[in-house]
Design a protein around this ligand. Structure first.
Ligand code: NAD
Ligand code: TYD
Length: 351
């Protein structure tokens, strides 16, 4: 194997797509997937590649500094693609501490462990930190987030990610650790845990349950198909300039309520229901505390400098995603049972 690369959070939604792409496209890289397997981590996401010779899974917690130092010492990683995080805004409002531990302390532990093994020679090494556009805060009706937009995070989730972004950049400036950062807009696609808007709505429509829309559904998000995010990660990992940040986005803004109506239309067609049937399930519920109004990304730096652009039209990505959720009932049933169900009840039933 030419290189050994650590991917953290590889059993989660985006991480599993990153692991799959790297294992399949780079047979001469050894890919080590490190994941704590929280409620959001699911190894069945990786069934198709788990027996490949260049893949290994390690169950560990990035908050455990000793475990991270031993792991880096043992594998002598050439690169790190760091996705492990607590990722759901509503959970961060209910329980911020997990976000502080994993997203901030966990990231610092990885930086320290990388620094320890690369301190004498960091030639060809790379620490790639995956982050979110939510660190920039909330836009009004106009404008876009660029790489120069000042950070203004407003939820415990986004502020923990912002904090980790700052520390990653501080390690570049202070210790010359070879880092690169990207900030991406909302992802959708296969294997997304059904606490996030789209898979939650697909699952509820399928089961004839109410579709909870926060407030009046007037918030706006910029949606990107997960595989296009992962294509960007591949390009940035290999070609991005050390010390730089790249914004990734779909140039695809939707009001939440318009997105849900679009989804209902497609679901009626797929489930052979009368047009308008699914939309009757739309239920306006209490708004999220501190709900950011609008996110929109300017990804022109990535497009111009590294030649990336989204490969799929939104309608195509939605068709693929919905077909996958409808065909993978067993996956959905597994992740919506047990711990997730308890969380779901606290979030939507008992409040
Ligand atoms: P996810 O919640 O689906 O997956 C997170 C993974 O991290 C899970 O497998 C979980 O088990 C693992 N994990 C959590 N705590 C851990 C710990 N302490 N130690 C080791 N592993 C741990 O999240 P996702 O949506 O795939 O997001 C992945 C990354 O991308 C995150 O850093 C997130 O901030 C970022 N991001 C997500 C989006 C999005 O729309 N989902 C957009 C932009 C950026
Ligand atoms: P989410 O998928 O949680 O992503 P984020 O908060 O990171 O953007 O939510 C997307 C949008 O959908 C956001 O504006 C909140 C809204 N939303 C609902 O209206 N109802 C829901 O049940 C959920 C989970 C989200």
């Amino acid at each position: 194997m030419k290189k050994t690369i650590l991917i953290t959070g590889g059993a989660g939604f985006i991480g599993s797509h990153v692991v799959r792409l790297f294992v399949n496209n780079y047979p001469d890289y050894k890919i080590v997937n490190l994941d704590k397997l929280t409620y959001a981590g699911n190894l069945t996401n990786l069934k198709d590649i788990e027996n490949k010779p260049n893949y290994e899974f390690v169950k560990a917690d990035i908050v455990d500094a000793d475990a991270m130092n031993s792991l880096f010492e043992k594998y002598q990683f050439d690169g790190v693609i760091h996705l492990a995080a607590e990722s759901h805004v509503d959970r961060s409002i209910a329980n911020p501490m997990e976000f502080i531990f994993t997203n901030i302390v966990g990231t610092v532990n990885l930086l320290n462990a990388a620094r320890a093994i690369w301190k004498d020679n960091s030639e060809g090494k790379r620490f790639y930190h995956i982050s979110t556009d939510e660190v920039y805060g909330s836009l009004g009706e106009t404008g876009f987030f660029t790489e120069e937009t000042a950070y203004d995070p407003r939820s415990p989730y986004s502020s923990s990610k912002a904090s980790s972004d700052h520390i990653v950049r501080a390690y570049y400036h202070t210790y010359k650790l070879p880092v690169v950062v990207s900030n991406c807009s909302n992802n959708y696609g296969q294997f997304q845990f059904p606490e996030k808007l789209l898979p939650l709505a697909i699952n509820n429509i399928k089961n004839n349950k109410p579709i909870p829309v926060y407030g009046k559904g007037e918030n706006i998000r910029d949606w990107l198909y997960v595989v296009d995010h992962v294509r960007a990660i591949d390009i940035i990992y290999h070609k991005g300039t050390i010390g730089e940040t790249y914004n990734i986005g779909g140039s695809n803004e939707w009001y939440n309520i318009s997105l849900i109506h679009k989804l209902c239309e497609i679901m009626d067609r797929k489930l052979n229901r009368e047009p308008g049937t699914s939309a009757k399930l739309i239920t306006f519920v209490k708004d999220r505390a501190g709900h950011d109004l609008r996110y929109a990304i300017d990804s022109s730096k990535l497009q111009k400098e590294l030649g990336w652009k989204p490969s799929l039209k939104f309608e195509e990505g939605m068709e693929i995603t919905i077909d996958w959720y409808l065909a993978n009932e067993e996956w959905l049933n597994n992740v919506t049972s047990g711990a997730y169900q308890k969380y779901y009840d606290n979030q939507y039933i008992n409040r």
